[in-house]
Design a protein around this ligand. Structure first.
Ligand code: ADP
Length: 547
């Protein structure tokens, strides 16, 4: 067979020929959606590539983006890697300190930034010696952040740049092992760590993601991009969408649950994805205001555990079966997706949802194993709990220029995910916790995720996060921080009673803290680090509880 390179260039060129009439739209605050065709997208992407060359971008250069989800961001997703440069998506929600580190560590040469986000960049612009230019993209939103000047003299406007550029007549021949993109993990300890994606990894990942047994993405889908394009490649969905020629809608600047509901309803979206916190909020709004989201054939949900009760509510109230997925920035990001096997179709409802609550079985292309503390591989029996390790063509082989993190890889070539899991005999993975979130009470492990999901099934509960707090006798005990639904009053005893028959004695929280909101990370997940800090000096009201 031919040695044909697996590069994104193939996807783009094929899509340009086959799907010129398909559509792409972006939400613009306060106005109608911006709309154009794949034909226009391709033409502008080739102009943008011409502009990159004129700006002196060379193969291997890092070109960063600092923006919301938009068609312009999509143009960059393609023009940068197809030019042989590396697309570096910056997480706009990180601190100035982390962003300065990340941009300097990656050595970014140009940053394409949304106009509304410029004040955030201006605050540390002087600390970025490798950045030659900032290109400003009009996003129609008001400025975010209060300090600092906007663009400086050497900055240029995106639209003028694209309009004035000569489109490229073709693309450089790339190797499939060339870098196409990079992303830094949010970094819960130490500095954020960079992951570099090759064309090959993305190519294979997109093929797998579109498979019927994964998200089943095809030409007749209308995809709403909510997962930020600065987070884990927006789960690679903008690449997969162009690969198959699906219609696409970008959620635009700072989308709120109402924007999401309106976009799904008006654009008859068939497929979308986001972290559970988004779907908790959307559910509340749909129930209150009756948005019609019945066009959805599925919702990809992942990034943190999707409570079974949430999945049941979407199926029952809106007729939408969610696709629960697990992945990581280090995995491009897809690792597993939950689908029932054909012979599970007539299982009782509860048993089926026990399967949906797991994160699915490993995707084709991903090898998975669980390993105990001594490094011994555990059986797939649904009981043995150990660190989940993975390997495959879209799994990180090392972090970018970061020798200290070598311990994340095993001597026999597996990536240590830092997640603790069981795998059952059917191959379904259950994420019990992140290693650092597990609670060890008197020698027994408590899965914070299990307890949270049970609490979130309570009809008065909006969100719940469970953390370890110090305890004089049991070393650690679970503390449940619970947010009531609007208008509901919750007595802690109600939650404890609700859990009593469902949990082992040692896993039952002794105390419930009612809070206004669970703090969120930069990508919308529960931020337990903040809660742990808040309750680090917790004194149990009854130190003998659960004796
Ligand atoms: P961050 O570190 O910013 O959260 P990632 O998105 O790469 O960045 O996070 C990956 C982690 O998210 C996984 O290691 C896992 O702990 C968690 N995660 C992802 N999907 C799920 C899921 N479906 N259920 C439970 N945890 C999940």
């Amino acid at each position: 067979m031919m040695s044909y390179p697996l590069t994104l260039t193939h996807f783009f060129e094929r899509s340009r020929r086959l799907f010129a009439r398909k559509t792409i739209a972006t939400r613009v605050p306060g106005g109608p959606l911006f709309r154009y065709t794949y034909g226009e997208f391709a033409e502008r992407t080739m102009r943008l590539a011409g502009a990159l060359a004129a700006l002196g971008v060379r193969r291997g250069d890092r070109v960063a983006t600092f923006g919301w989800n938009s068609h312009r961001h999509l143009e960059l997703y393609w023009a940068v890697p197809l030019s042989g440069a590396i697309l570096h998506t910056l997480n706009i929600r990180l601190s100035a300190h982390d962003l300065t580190y990340i941009i300097n560590h990656a050595g970014d040469s140009i940053i394409f930034a949304d106009a509304s986000l410029l004040p955030l960049l201006a605050a540390f612009r002087d600390a970025l010696p490798t950045v030659r230019r900032i290109v400003v993209m009009p996003d129609g939103a008001g400025a975010v952040g209060s300090s600092g000047a906007a663009a400086s003299v050497e900055d240029v406007a995106y639209e003028a740049l694209v309009a004035g550029a000569e489109p490229v007549s073709g693309w450089p021949e790339l190797r499939e092992t060339d870098a196409a993109g990079m992303c830094y993990t949010s970094g819960t300890t130490g500095h954020p760590k960079g992951v570099v994606y090759t064309h090959r990894a993305m190519f294979l990942h997109c093929l797998a993601e579109a498979m019927a047994d994964q998200f089943g993405i095809s030409e007749d889908d209308r995809i709403l991009h909510i997962v930020p394009m600065f987070h884990a490649n927006s789960w690679c969905l903008p690449f997969t969408a162009v690969m198959v020629g699906a219609d696409q809608v970008f959620a635009g600047p700072n989308p709120q649950p109402r924007d999401i509901c309106q976009l799904i309803q008006a654009e008859k979206v068939t497929f979308t994805g986001a972290v559970p916190t988004v779907w908790i909020a959307v559910k509340e709004l749909c129930e209150k205001e009756g948005f019609d989201i019945s066009s959805l054939r599925t919702i990809a949900i992942g990034g943190s555990a999707a409570p079974k009760s949430l999945q049941q509510a979407y199926a029952k109230n809106f007729g939408v079966q969610m696709s629960h997925a697990w992945g990581m920035t280090e995995m491009t990001p897809l690792g597993t997706v939950t689908r029932l096997k054909s012979y599970m179709g007539d299982w009782p409802e509860e048993k089926k949802y026990d399967v949906f609550a797991r994160v699915g079985y490993p995707s084709v292309g991903v090898d998975a194993r669980i390993v105990d503390d001594s490094g011994k591989e555990l059986a797939w029996d649904g009981v043995g709990m150990g660190e989940l390790q993975v390997r495959g063509p879209w799994v990180v082989a090392s972090y970018y220029d970061n020798a200290e993190s070598a311990d994340r890889f095993t001597a026999d070539g597996w990536f240590r995910t830092g997640d603790v899991a069981t795998i059952d005999a059917e191959g379904y993975v259950q994420i019990t916790d992140r290693t650092k979130d597990l609670i060890k009470s008197g020698g027994e492990w408590v899965s914070s995720v299990d307890v949270e999901n049970m609490i979130m099934a309570h009809p008065k509960v909006l969100e719940a996060a469970v953390i370890a707090v110090p305890h004089p006798k049991w070393v650690e005990r679970p503390l449940a921080c619970v947010v009531p639904k609007p208008g509901c009053v919750i007595e802690p005893a109600e939650i404890i009673d609700f859990l009593r028959s469902k949990l082992a004695r040692w896993a039952l929280p002794d105390e419930i803290e009612i809070i206004d909101a669970v703090p969120k990370t930069s990508v919308g997940k529960f931020d337990k680090k903040v809660l742990r800090e808040r309750y680090k000096n917790w004194k149990p009201r009854d130190a003998t509880a659960n004796a």
